[in-house]
Design a protein around this ligand. Structure first.
Ligand code: BGC
Length: 751
């Protein structure tokens, strides 16, 4: 904690007479507005700036007393001890001049103590109701310690698995991302954010952060306005429309402008266009980092740029507390802008009920974590999030037909690692690994041999591989648990090579040689390049880091007590150097599939003999797995689509019925997906865009009629004139189990 910075004092007080920014009316409450205004009138400039200062605490609680009593701290993060939280609140509410409670924040990203699948895994459920429930449960646990604000959901569209934070995203699709964001906001905040067990959500990182050049965290982005509006902003907008109370800026500069200093983003779009009336917080030190960007000359300049752009709370750069007063006195920041910021901050505190109920009831804390129903929810989420990528018939295993299995691989019994990134409060002692679950559920019937072969997912020492293969030969089936340790993904944990690390691929290859059925179960923070590994197993179940209850979920899926139903929220590439996403444009020279790859070309072949289309000559004309892909133990067939009308007006809905049959296998859930292509536009249009999806249970042998009504207005986009509208013309529509299947029907949108 930089005491010197906190203690900085300004010399003059300057009142600006410029007009106040008009706040939006989203959910505005006149009593709250009245209270905010009355309080604001009592505040000194120092106290106002104090509200705009957020610090991370640790160590001796009393060392912060002087600053809190003086009103220099508006929010703290990273305190989860309810007794300490109450002590901080007491300093603020009973020992300070204006009694303004503190807002306590924490990164509750995919659960608090009970950890749910990482957001990428949660997205692969395509189950927004379930996602909402996970956020609800996380808020119940977190609020029991006095945490009133989480920095979730992350709404960054992510198309590049090298980027470590793809783990925290909902993947590459704006609709899925938006629906997940809405579900999480609802789950955290509920209809009444002032309820004791509700917490404020935060859509982040506004904006573009997931498009970091080269997949390297914090890197610059180059997203033009039209792309921004058509792809990157919709999830944020959806979060705002769902009533999210806070927004966090991003670290990156887009087209040269760091988000924390981007007034077009924070004022023109967020406030004026969208009417947001919650508050905007910087990312950790992102204000001061505008100096590194070469956008601000020094800390004071950074504070000026951020405050003027509309960034209202400074997370951990101390530039506001040390320079805002001087900047106001020098006329470089208007006091009316400070007032607008503080109004937004206070409004959030009122909406959260903090003025009425600043203290956490510590009797709630006991028994708040790992409740039976929360663990059951975590198990269900892990079950639904697992994606079956390959099955040559090895799965599900039948416990009555086999007697001995080999459990191997570095992720079989690695409780910390299966929690994934941002699991600050998750505990390995409460985590159930696949090994533990297999023993518990099937240990009475099966002989389970455990031999990890590799110490961890990076272990290059192949000494244990021969023994693993020898053990495999003595068993009826092999379960190889591979993937990534938690440390391999997350913030600043980007990879240039996204294949399985260490000796894992060699282990799988050796196991396959045993001649026994090999099931690969992957737990990872991203879409790994597992093309060659697929050849070395008979079945592959891909779980993104599944959380506390990953073990039982995976064990049940492997033995058919549950049926895989997850779908990929992100395209899987063949090689680390590839970039594919399903909603790309076609280009003038799309691959036809008839191209010749480098491996098949004779020596001295002519320059153009491979084909002149858009593909990777040393890899493929297609990605490894398309967005939306995922197998089941049931076999689904899509038996036709009925469109209510093949001509619709701008005011209509596109009404579709799809007939999906569960041809064989168990009763199972399928995520039925609707994709639409706008054939010709004023700008080039995506090959396909997901416009709706439904998770439906289809009993064995039955056909489900799955109905959709998609408003034609959902086809709107920003075209050449930058106005968001539907362009009349021809469209194609698919209903399928992934983004690369099915035959389209056509329809027209009339003028
Ligand atoms: C991350 C944010 C996070 C914040 C607070 C930053 O490094 O980018 O997503 O909420 O830290 O922990």
């Amino acid at each position: 904690m930089q005491r010197a910075a906190l203690l900085a004092v300004a010399m003059f007080l300057f009142s600006s007479c410029s007009p106040q920014r008009t706040v939006g009316t989203v959910g505005s409450d006149s009593r709250i507005e009245h209270s905010v205004d009355s309080l604001l009138r009592l505040m000194t400039l120092e106290e106002k700036i104090g509200q705009m200062n957020q610090i991370s605490v640790g160590g001796d609680v009393e060392s912060y007393a002087e600053h809190i009593r003086a009103g220099r701290i508006g929010s703290i993060l990273n305190e989860t001890d309810p007794v300490k939280v109450n002590r901080y609140q007491k300093m603020a509410v009973e020992e300070s001049r204006l009694h303004i409670p503190i807002l306590v924040g924490r990164d509750v990203i995919h659960g608090f103590h009970t950890i749910f699948p990482i957001p990428l895994g949660l997205a692969s459920t395509f189950d927004t109701e379930l996602a909402e429930k996970t956020a609800r449960a996380a808020a119940e646990e977190a609020s029991a310690t006095g945490v009133k604000w989480t920095f979730s959901p992350m709404c960054d569209l992510a198309r590049d698995s090298r980027w470590g934070r793809i783990a925290e995203s909902s993947g590459e699709d704006p609709l899925l991302d938006a629906q997940m964001a809405v579900a999480l906001v609802r789950g955290y905040q509920t209809d009444d954010p002032s309820a004791p067990d509700a917490i404020a959500a935060c859509v982040k990182h506004f904006f573009g952060y997931g498009a970091a050049e080269g997949g390297r965290d914090y890197n610059s982005t180059y997203i033009p306005e039209r792309q921004m509006r058509n792809f990157f902003l919709p999830p944020f907008k959806a979060g705002i429309d769902a009533g999210v109370l806070t927004v966090m800026t991003s670290f990156n500069d887009n087209d040269g402008v760091p988000s924390t200093g981007n007034s077009h983003l924070l004022k023109d779009i967020l406030r004026k266009e969208w009417g947001f009336d919650g508050m905007v917080v910087s990312d950790w030190n992102s204000t001061l980092e505008m100096v590194n960007h070469g956008f601000a000359a020094n800390g004071e300049d950074a504070a000026r740029l951020a405050a003027n752009a509309g960034c209202e709370m400074d997370m951990m750069s101390f530039t506001y507390i040390s320079s805002l007063k001087r900047l106001v006195n020098d006329g470089k920041v208007k006091e009316s802008d400070i007032d607008a910021a503080v109004r937004d901050i206070l409004r959030v505190k009122y909406r959260l009920g903090l003025f009425k109920r600043p203290y956490v009831d510590t009797t709630r804390t006991k028994g708040a974590f790992y409740k039976k129903e929360t663990l059951a929810l975590a198990e269900k989420a892990a079950e639904e999030s697992a994606v079956l990528l390959k099955n040559d018939g090895a799965l599900p295993l039948d416990a009555s037909k086999i007697s001995r299995i080999l459990v191997t691989g570095p992720m079989a019994d690695s409780p910390y690692d299966q929690l994934g990134t941002w699991a600050f409060d998750g505990e390995k002692g409460h985590t159930v690994t696949p090994l533990a679950a297999l023993k518990e559920r099937y240990g009475d019937r099966l002989q389970i041999t455990y031999f990890p072969a590799l110490k961890n997912s990076r272990d290059d020492n192949k000494a244990g591989i021969a023994q693993a293969t020898a053990l495999a030969r003595q068993c009826d089936a092999v379960l190889a648990f591979l993937g990534e340790e938690a440390i391999l993904s997350g913030e600043a944990h980007c990879l240039a090579d996204i294949s399985l690390k260490g000796g894992q691929s060699s282990l799988l290859e050796a196991l396959k040689k045993s001649g026994k059925p090999v099931v690969a179960s992957i737990m990872a923070g991203r879409a790994l390049c597992i093309g060659k590994d697929l050849e070395n197993c008979d079945a592959m179940l891909y779980s993104f880091h599944p959380g506390t209850m990953g073990g039982p979920a995976i064990a049940k899926l492997i033995f058919g007590e549950a049926v895989p139903s997850g779908k990929l929220p992100v395209t899987f590439t063949n090689a680390s150097g590839e970039v594919w996403y399903y909603n790309r444009t076609n280009s003038g020279r799309p691959a036809t599939g008839n191209e010749i790859l480098l491996k098949d070309i004779p020596e001295n072949a002519g320059q153009t003999s491979l084909g002149n289309t858009s593909f990777y000559i040393d890899s493929s004309t297609k990605p490894l797995f398309p967005f939306g892909f995922g197998l089941s133990y049931a076999k689904f067939s899509y038996d036709g689509i009925k469109l209510a009308s093949d001509v619709v007006t701008q005011k209509d809905s596109i009404k579709v019925i799809a007939y999906v049959r569960n041809e064989s296998g168990p009763d199972a859930e399928e995520v039925v997906q609707v994709y639409i292509r706008d054939v010709v536009g004023s700008i080039t249009r995506p090959l396909k865009e997901l416009k709706a999806f439904k998770r439906v249970l289809i009993p064995a042998g039955q056909t489900a009629e799955v109905c959709f009504a998609i408003p034609v207005s959902d086809l709107a986009f920003c075209g050449l004139d930058m106005k968001k509208k539907v362009e009349p013309g021809d469209f194609e529509l698919w209903v399928a189990g992934d983004s690369d299947s099915g035959k389209p029907v056509t329809f027209k949108v009339s003028e």
